[in-house]
Design a binder for this molecule. Structure first.
Ligand code: KG4
Ligand code: ZN
Length: 395
């Protein structure tokens, strides 16, 4: 029995096939990052047009290697995410469900990230405490099993990944910003550049919640004082705006790589971008942001871990869990509190369909009748929700 899974909650189109005993048989992903990068964030209409182009392309590639008749059930991300992105995957999943006559399972994207820890493995390590850090969420979640998960704390405003995205946008370095700021911070650290120190959010508060908007604002205020760097950023932003205007005119259906080749051919922009990337001020600020943002996550995780002696496993998941400093510091923190630290394979940290399929297997295990009592009306009744509804909050 094989599960076909589809992910389209934000800006990654992905399809996977997994056997019920957790073998990952097929998995591909097409990222839209490059297309959105000159807008400094995901443009919903562009995203849904790219899903309409890329998801059928992936399905065609898939059907060159596997017959659609090999599929016993379909899993699709139906919450949380951008409504117009979620709809694209859900519409494709419903069409397949009708034409193949197989059950459809809606999967919560956050649960998908949690199950990214167990891709390719049948055994699950729970009870588990999870720090989930992505572009849309920053949360501590306690997981007893697939059905029983609780949000312990979450962000009061921006997410961890979003803070990096907005910092990169202020530096005119494109979207997503996590990897860019992380590598600027690493360069600063290894070349002995002192960080421009920024405040650590909620450092004196007893709460377990997170907040990143004050830190983002502090970054903005310090950046405004960097007159020379601001001049380069201004010029780069103007050039990017003109690329954005040209991109809006491109016919996405004609050439798959039109956007990429358009940007690559623009040498002037690339040269100015290099100036920003090599600026000492940009590196010092990125290191300052990285140190404060990671310290904030660690302080809250430590406050939480002190009081949970009965949960043996601690994990970090989500696109931002690839952060170099975060991974290193969490390893020490987990050891201090005697927890086994679980990390997803780097290739499965950002959005992908393999994690959605792995969560679907856990869903089937927790409701085994789902495959036998298949009913088209129930499957087609699956709706999308931009907000997380499935995992309840503790408060
Ligand atoms: O989980 P994901 O792929 O998509 C969402 O569900 O949001 O996470 C993407 C987010 C983006 O905000 C990206 O900038 C951030 O993860 N990210 C990072 C790093 N790599 C990706 N943030 C901080 N440091 C990184 N190394
Ligand atoms: Zn995600």
């Amino acid at each position: 029995m094989n599960i076909l899974s589809i992910e389209s909650s934000c800006d990654d189109s992905s399809i996977a096939l997994q056997s019920l005993d957790c073998k990952l048989l097929w998995h591909r992903k097409i990222s839209q990052e490059y297309a959105h990068s000159c807008f400094g964030g995901v443009v919903p209409e562009l995203a849904s047009r790219l899903f309409a182009r890329d998801l059928p392309h992936l399905l065609r590639e898939f059907s060159k290697e596997y017959s659609l008749n090999d599929i016993s059930a379909i899993a699709v991300t139906n919450e949380p995410g951008l409504a117009t992105s979620l709809l694209e995957g859900v519409i494709m999943a419903k069409s397949l469900c009708i034409s193949l006559g197989v059950p459809l399972i809606g999967i919560n994207h956050l649960k998908g990230h949690i199950y990214s820890l167990f891709i390719g493995q049948q055994s699950i390590k729970m009870p588990l405490s999870v720090l989930l850090v992505s572009g849309g969420h920053t949360m501590i979640i306690e997981c007893l099993n697939y059905k029983d998960m609780r949000i312990i704390s979450s962000t009061l405003d921006d997410s961890f990944g979003e803070c990096y995205d907005k910092a990169a946008k202020m530096l005119s370095l494109g979207y997503p910003g996590g990897m860019i700021i992380d590598s600027l911070a690493k360069e600063a650290y290894s070349s002995g550049i002192n960080p421009i120190s920024l405040p650590i959010p909620l450092a004196n508060s007893q709460c377990l919640d997170f907040s990143f908007s004050g830190l983002k604002n502090a970054f903005r205020l310090v950046l405004q004082e960097q007159v020379k760097l601001q001049g380069i950023i201004h010029l780069h932003t103007k050039l990017l705006e003109s690329v954005g205007k040209e991109m809006k005119k491109l016919d996405l259906s004609k050439a798959r790589d039109s956007i990429d080749s358009y940007k690559e051919s623009n040498k002037e922009i690339n040269l100015i971008r290099e100036q920003i990337l090599s600026s000492k001020a940009a590196k010092a600020l990125s290191l300052g942001l990285q140190q404060s943002a990671v310290k904030h996550l660690l302080q809250k995780c430590e406050k939480y871990l002190k009081d949970v002696p009965n949960i043996p496993y601690f994990a970090v998941v989500g696109g931002a869990s690839t952060n170099s400093l975060l991974r290193k510091e969490l390893a020490s923190l987990a050891a201090k509190y005697n927890k086994e630290l679980l990390l997803a394979d780097i290739q499965y940290c950002s959005d992908n369909a393999a994690m959605i399929g792995r969560a679907a297997i856990a869903h089937i295990e927790s409701s085994p009748n789902i495959l036998n009592s298949f009913n088209v009306a129930n499957s087609l009744g699956i709706d999308i929700s931009p907000r997380n509804q499935e995992i309840q909050s503790n408060v």
